[in-house]
Each structure stands twice: as C-alpha cells, then as structure tokens.
Design a protein around this ligand. Structure first.
Ligand code: NAD
Ligand code: ZN
Length: 342
C-alpha cells in the first residue's frame, strides 16, 4: 500500500510503498479517506531533537484521520464493515491503575499511533477496536479527520466551567482557534486570544473571538482595559507552548483563576510561583483526550451548532503532500487536509 514514510533519519517524508498492516483478533482495519497534518507531523518532518529520539525509522506516520472499516478481528464486538470511523491515537495498556479505573487518558503506558507505531498516513490503518470511534452521518469527513486536535481543544476547554466567564487563550494555532469556538459555544462571556501571527488571529476572529491580540504590537493589559475588565481572566487556556505567553497569562489571571495547560513548553521553563500561590490559581495539565467522554462531547457540540469550518483552510490530494506540508510550515494555515480517496 501507499504510505507517507520516514525512510531515513533526516528531514522530510516520502510517499512510498510499504506492507499492509496485519489485523489482530481485537483490531479493526480502516481504509483511510482523509488525513490532517498535525504540529507533531511537522516536528517529524523537520526531524528535530524530539523526533530523533522518538520516531523509529523506517516507519509511516500520521494520526489525524477518517476512514471506513474494511476488516474486523474475530474478537471485536460493536463495529461492522463499512462503519465510518476516526480513532483515539493513544493506545492504552488496559491494566494500569488508571486504565482499570476508566481514566484511560492517564495511562502511564500509552503508545502513540503514527509516533511510536505505524500511523494513518497510509491507505490502511490497523488499531485496536477499543480505539475506534464511529462518526455519525451528519459529521463531514473533513471534520471527522480533525477529531484528534479538536479533542485536544475540547478536553482543555471543557476542563473548567466557562459559562459566563472571561477566558484567555494564548496561541491561535489550530487548537487555540478551535478552543475559541468551543468557549463561545458553551457560554463564555468573552474570549480573548493572543498570538504573533496575524493570519491565525484572523482565523480566531472568524471562530468568534471577542478580541484578538498580536502581542508583538499590543499589550494584553491595554485590551483588558478597553474591555472594561478590571479584575482579570477567570479561565486561561495555554495553547502556545511559549514561556512568555504563559508568563503573561499568569499575570493577567484573576485571583482564584483556573488555568489549563495544553501547550508544551521547553524543558525547565521557569514560572513566577508567586502568581500561582498568592492568587490561589488552579493549574491543570492536559494530555490527549478523555476516552471517550471528550469524543462524545465533540459530536454533541457539532450537533448542537458548533461551527469549526473556518479552521480547515487547505485541501490537497496526497500526491501533493509536499505542498500541504509547505503551507503548514509557512504558518499561514489552519488545518490542512490530505485526501487519500483517489
Ligand atoms: P501551533 O504550533 O500551530 O500553535 C501555537 C501558536 O502559538 C502559533 O500560532 C504561534 O504563532 C503562537 N505563538 C508563538 N508565540 C506566541 C506568543 N508569544 N504568544 C501567543 N502565541 C504565540 O500548535 P497547535 O497544533 O495549535 O498546538 C498547540 C500547542 O499544544 C502546541 O504547543 C502543541 O505542542 C501542544 N499540544 C499538546 C498536546 C497535549 O496532549 N498536551 C496535544 C497536541 C498539541
Ligand atoms: Zn494503562
């Protein structure tokens, strides 16, 4: 089958032929229709220090996808051939304390599809049936293909009650802009988002941000004054991984504020603990998606009118994957979809 492979330890990916994955008794085989490019795939493309330590070579990568089930292992219940599915990319062990308690997102032994094992940038993907998630007919293939990052945004945004709250989001990448739409959908009073990229702040505006702030040109404090916010933000969603953004967030939180951290900062990033202690801030780290509560919430929000369509900005046939990666690398994109269906 065709797949986007890392054939050698170095930058880039190659569209190559590789063997079709083997189906186990508890697995489903998915014929991939559409995939999306994640920031993680960009790290893999660039072959940065993280990718060099993490990605086995040769291997095909990718973990944002939608497809249909074409084969089912003999032990699998609850799925049938032809079901349209996406899938949870964290494959959990099932036997650690958290897995056994149903807190699968806290599994200490999780393995990543397209990171630690073969991925979805391929004609066929095999995953445990447990990880497959059936997509209702009223959700498009495009949206189904981005359930993984949509799930990151959902898990983070729904970590704290947003009803009537003033929300600060740092980082208007695809996940940050989806979090804007979610926060508005569930009833935040105001959603202010920061970035240094005007294209992405434009997307955030389309997704419903109350104010967008390019922190290279304007201070967040100024915008807060303008909005008449005297006390500070109630909830912060850190979605940039940039230390200075997190620092500003801590400074601008109200006392008793709640902060969810999704963005991955550089190792040993220091923070001003006085902001946390004297303001009584609550800080929560977010990894992946809750299995499968986040997935049900995503469907429910789409079915109750959440509009994510502006975040999907580009489509390419998989043969043009290099153009797709180039547009992601330029920073002038939301989600980029690669079509495998020809
Ligand atoms: P992204 O890199 O596309 O977005 C980050 C954004 O932050 C960019 O638009 C960038 O311009 C912006 N930025 C840079 N400097 C800034 C500053 N000073 N202030 C505000 N914004 C600034 O990433 P993404 O795919 O949207 O993901 C968001 C973050 O979440 C990344 O750090 C990613 O590594 C992380 N992530 C974590 C998990 C998890 O499970 N914890 C999962 C997926 C992604
Ligand atoms: Zn586990």
């Amino acid at each position: 089958m065709k797949a986007l492979c890392k054939l050698e330890a170095g930058p880039g990916l190659t569209l190559a032929r590789t063997r079709r994955p083997v189906l186990g008794h508890n697995d489903v085989m998915i014929r991939i229709r559409k995939t999306a490019i994640c920031g993680t795939d960009i790290h893999i493309w660039n072959w940065d220090a993280w990718a060099q330590r993490t990605i086995p070579v040769p291997m095909h990568v990718g973990h944002e996808y939608v497809g249909e089930i074409v084969e089912i292992g003999q032990e699998v219940r609850g799925f049938k051939i032809g079901d349209r599915v996406s899938g949870e990319g964290h494959i959990t062990c099932g036997f650690c304390r958290n897995c056994r308690a149903g807190r699968r997102h806290l599994c200490r032994n999780s393995v990543g599809v397209g990171v630690n094992r073969e991925g979805a940038f391929a004609e066929y993907l095999v995953i445990p049936a447990f990880n497959a998630f059936r997509i209702p007919d009223d959700v498009s293939d495009d949206l189904a293909a981005i359930f993984d990052p949509f799930g990151n945004a959902t898990h983070t945004a729904l970590s704290f009650d947003l009803v009537g709250e003033d929300v600060l989001i740092t980082g208007a990448g695809p996940i940050g802009v989806m979090a804007v739409a979610i926060a508005r959908h569930v009833g935040a009073r105001s959603v202010v988002i920061t970035d240094i990229n005007d294209y992405r702040l434009g997307l955030a505006k389309q997704m419903g941000a109350t104010r967008t702030v390019n922190v290279e040109r304007q201070s967040l404090k100024e915008v807060m004054d303008d909005l008449g916010m005297q006390e500070g933000f109630d909830v912060g969603l850190e979605m940039s991984g940039v230390p200075s953004a997190f620092k500003t967030m801590l400074e601008r939180m109200n006392h008793g504020g709640k902060v969810a951290l999704l963005g991955i900062p550089p190792e040993n990033t220091a923070i001003d603990w006085n902001q946390v202690i004297f303001k009584g801030l609550e800080i929560k780290g977010i990894y992946g998606r809750e299995m499968f509560e986040t997935w049900y919430k995503m469907v429910a929000m789409l079915q109750s009118g959440l509009d994510l369509s502006p975040v999907i900005t580009h489509h390419f046939p998989v043969a043009d994957f290099e153009a797709g990666f180039a547009v992601m690398l330029s920073g002038e994109s939301g989600k980029v979809i690669l079509d495998w269906s020809d």
